[in-house]
Design a protein around this ligand. Structure first.
Ligand code: 6LW
Length: 506
């Protein structure tokens, strides 16, 4: 049997996985996006559906307003212990911020209020030992381990630095396991770029000393010509048949030189054990296509929930948004909400270039080649705009918008690449109904428009590599946004989106 990486495409970094019976659950980092931490479910580890998010309430998550791409929720860990799921994560720059965990006994339901932990740094993980003790691992000046009381989050002892890897920079993302009488400490090293790798060490004692695997790094694509790059940050899981797997992150550059637009995505590799050490992937590498004797369980049933990487259509008639939509920062009800006309975008004074609450709803770009279509109903006042954007960060985005400038209603293409910002195309447009389209292709994003939704006219666009992590920064991948703004003052006229479609172009 074959499967293709990524198994969860689009911006889904820092994967963490756990198994409960026949079911696997996966969570990922979300940085400044809300709700926080998507939860995916699978019964075979290859096919996933999104069943919700871990952090859905303001009382659980207050995202910082600020420079995007490197704030908010960093790498989470999900674990299951005695009937309860635990998810531990860092809110970088949040208020309250730092490391905290939530729990639930119903993964389809709500999670608890947060319990904050007295540890700095990032990349928290829990390990429940056979004797019921819970150990926290994290990363600050190095990788450390500390026993905690899982009821209260309080430390039970001193934190101890355990193992800092094999000399790569940024040893981080630790997870601790006990397998066949050995404690294994698996980490990521090399930084989340091209030198990223997974290394592992083991000990008979939870606090060490840890001995290194003779074939570290156990997983990396660095110094290869493989199409998936920057493999790292892995988490192990044992399947229903006693087989082993790991999820990890990696990215797919659009071309040489390596630049990637979809952020870091979730990959899956088989793991076998040799002399008490893991042999991961295909000889320690992560190809796109992997042949395995069997999957990790029965094929995931289709329950009608959102399947990442699938075509998508939304007419915004439900009373809740589809699980694949996200806000930037905590949502402000007045700015983005459903009403009897569809999705209502009430333009904030803030434009999408601002570090402030704005009227925007986004979902992940999941393919190199796709068409995203927005049916917009809007009669802009002077300076007001609403439209469709491809958004890497507040300083890196391209958009098409319906607006009114100097008394004339028009469609514009604007591009912002860092401090360069310009309206590049402008055509008069009459009427308050328009269909806007983003034609994403591996090397370009173009925008087109139509009156009837059938005949489209291309208006403009630009290179995709300026909206890559390498050009724009840090940790997130591109999202497609539906937005409105009053550009400096709150808009008097609301925009409505009556339909949105996303289709992969094969
Ligand atoms: C995350 C760290 C990492 O906390 O990048 O690639 C950081 N790994 O472990 C942000 O995702």
């Amino acid at each position: 049997m074959n499967y293709t990486n990524p198994i969860v495409s689009g911006f889904n970094p820092d994967p963490s996985v756990c198994r409960v019976g026949n079911d696997y659950y996966l969570v990922n980092s979300t940085f400044e996006y809300f709700p926080g931490l998507p939860i995916y479910h699978s019964t075979d580890l290859v096919h996933w559906e999104q069943i919700g998010h871990v952090l859905t309430r303001d009382s659980q998550l207050k995202l910082p307003l600020g420079a995007p791409n490197c704030i908010g929720l960093y790498a989470p860990t999900i674990r299951y212990h005695k009937g309860r799921f635990y998810c531990v994560v860092t809110n970088v720059g949040g208020n309250p911020g730092g490391n905290f965990y939530v729990s639930t006994d119903d993964i389809y339901g709500e999670w608890s209020e947060p319990i904050f932990l007295d540890f700095g740094g990032i990349d928290p993980s829990f390990f429940f030992d056979e004797d019921g003790r819970c150990y926290y691992t994290g990363t600050d000046e190095g990788v450390f381990i500390c026993e905690i009381d899982i009821e209260t989050g309080k430390r039970l002892g001193e934190k101890q630095y355990a193992w800092n890897g094999t000399g790569g920079n940024n040893p981080e993302g630790p997870h601790l396991y006990k397998i066949n009488g050995w404690y294994y400490l698996m980490i990521a090293e090399g930084g989340t770029e091209l030198c990223h790798m997974v290394t592992i060490a083991r000990s008979k004692n939870v606090y060490g000393p840890y001995e290194e695997c003779p074939w570290n790094p156990v997983l990396t694509n660095s110094r290869t010509e493989m199409p998936i790059k920057a493999i790292g940050h892995a988490d192990l899981v044992e399947d229903v048949n006693g087989g082993w797997w790991a999820v990890c992150l990696g990215n797919r550059p659009i071309a040489y030189p390596f630049r990637h637009t979809m952020g870091r995505e979730t990959m899956l590799v088989p793991v076998v054990w040799k002399e008490g050490w893991p042999v991961m992937g295909v000889n320690g590498r992560v190809p796109e296509e992997i042949a395995v004797e069997r999957f990790a369980g029965e094929v995931t049933p289709n329950t009608g929930r959102y399947i990442p990487g699938s075509d998508f259509e939304d007419d915004f008639t439900g009373d809740k948004l589809n699980v694949s939509w996200n806000y930037i920062y905590n949502p402000v009800e007045q700015l983005v909400h459903l009403d009897n006309k569809g999705l209502c975008l009430h333009g904030a004074a803030a434009s999408i270039s601002c570090d402030n609450y704005k009227s925007i709803l986004v979902r992940r770009q999941e393919h190199f080649d796709f068409d995203a279509t927005m049916h917009l109903s809007f009669a802009p006042g002077e300076g007001e705009e609403a439209g469709l954007c491809i958004y890497m960060s507040n300083k890196h985005h391209y958009e098409i918008a319906l607006t009114k400038l100097d008394g004339e209603q028009c469609l514009i293409i604007r591009r912002q690449i860092g401090k360069l910002k310009a309206i590049e195309e402008k055509v008069p447009y009459e009427g308050s109904e328009v269909v806007l389209q983003l034609n994403g292709r591996r090397r370009e994003y173009n925008f087109s428009y139509s009156k009837d939704g059938k005949e489209f006219t291309t208006l403009g666009g630009g290179e995709s590599h300026y909206l890559s992590t390498e050009a724009g920064g840090c940790f997130t991948g591109n999202v497609i946004g539906l937005y409105a703004s009053g550009n400096g003052k709150e808009a008097e006229n609301d925009a409505h989106v009556t339909k949105f479609t996303y289709k992969a172009v094969k």
